[in-house]
Design a protein around this ligand. Structure first.
Ligand code: COA
Length: 325
């Protein structure tokens, strides 16, 4: 089996900023409520003509440049998204066409906020077995298109953006373990009920606002703390490491209180947790990808560091990866 690691990272955040003060004018909420309950101060919004693939392409190009890889040599593109450009074809195919990555095999992964961790795991499997030499994995979301801007319970939480990584064989370090899990019995906690084959789009589904994200926030909160803690423990166990060995945790950025409750259970000091939720809110599959990119670019991750990615999302699904940088 080949040793597989991340050899390039990139991100793209749309320019438009929506602050908590802006939201105060849209729904009955306050900066104080949003900040104390979630840790979010602002989020980015894609422009009207920006779809998920547009964000993905920009983040993907940056990751390829960082890895010094010509798109023509790319063998696999995986896009993790819950806001694809269209039901089909896959967003990965739009990315391929724009990049001119003619050789690449392309598909999307639907694993909500754990999508980037799932994509990384799939890419690692292909490359470690020698099926492909490299992969571009991208988490890209335009969650503003599935957000009900009249629902204060959810609209304050989400944002748009993309993060990408190039995965390839490495001589030292690389992925040490990966742990994924799913529980479909809890699907109703977080979903978009309309617009699929269960409730195809009709005037009725639109009037009932079924094409927007629905969430039982309280329930998700409790499960998220438990799941993220367990996933971290399991991935570390498989890598034969302790929590104290971890230099930096890149958690899914859903709620600062979820992240800090997990850190407390794992006995991890705050300085070893990467946070950017304040700037971007929850960007689903792109959250861990953007955070990883920022941590690398700002020197928070250095060669030899043990990095733990840890995410959960609608499904429910969850995943954690341990990487030696
Ligand atoms: N502004 C002001 N008040 C709000 C509000 C908002 N934006 N949203 C909800 N409230 C109100 C509620 O209506 C409720 O009022 P009530 O007591 O009069 O009924 C009160 O605040 C408390 O609501 P509650 O749901 O108990 O708050 P909470 O502390 O659980 O925080 C979430 C709500 C959504 C922030 C929190 O549950 C959460 O983050 N859950 C996980 C969500 C998540 O991670 N989703 C993505 C998974 S990948």
């Amino acid at each position: 089996m080949r040793r597989v690691g991340i050899v390039g990272v990139g991100e793209y955040l749309p320019k438009k900023v929506l602050t908590n003060a802006d939201l105060e004018k849209m729904v009955q909420t306050s900066d104080e409520w949003i900040t104390t309950r979630t840790g979010i101060k602002q989020r980015r919004l894609a422009a009207k003509d920006e779809a998920s693939s547009d964000l993905a392409i920009k983040a993907g190009r940056r990751a390829l440049e960082d890895a010094r890889l010509n798109p023509k040599d790319l063998e696999l593109i995986i896009v993790a998204t819950i806001t694809p450009d269209m039901h089909f074809p896959s967003t990965a195919c739009f990315v391929q066409a724009n990049l001119g990555a003619k050789k690449a095999v392309c598909f999307d992964v639907s694993a909500a906020c754990a999508g980037f961790v799932y994509a990384l795991t799939i890419a690692q499997q292909f490359i470690s077995r020698g099926v492909y030499k490299n992969a571009l994995i991208i988490g890209a979301e335009v969650l503003s298109t599935i957000t009900d801007w009249e629902d204060r319970n959810t609209c304050v939480l989400f944002g748009d953006g993309a993060g990408a990584a190039v995965v390839a064989e490495v001589k030292s370090g690389g992925g040490l373990s990966t742990y994924l899990g799913s529980d479909g019995t809890k699907a109703d906690l977080l979903m978009i009920p309309g617009g699929g084959s269960r409730n195809p789009s009709t005037h009725e589904t639109i009037n009932k606002r079924l094409h927007y994200l629905k969430m039982q926030g309280n329930e998700v909160f409790k499960i998220a703390v438990k799941i993220m803690t367990e996933a971290a423990r399991e991935a570390l166990k498989q890598a034969d490491l302790e929590c104290s060995d971890v230099d930096l945790v890149i958690p899914h950025q859903a709620n600062i209180r979820i992240i800090m409750a997990m850190a407390k259970k794992l006995d991890l000091p705050p300085e070893r947790i990467y946070l950017n939720i304040e700037k971007y809110g929850n960007v689903s599959s792109a959250s861990t990808a953007i955070a990883l990119c920022e941590a690398v670019k700002t020197g928070r991750i250095k060669k030899g560091d043990i990095v733990l990615l840890d995410a959960f999302g609608s499904g429910l699904v969850w995943g954690a990866c341990v990487i030696k940088w």
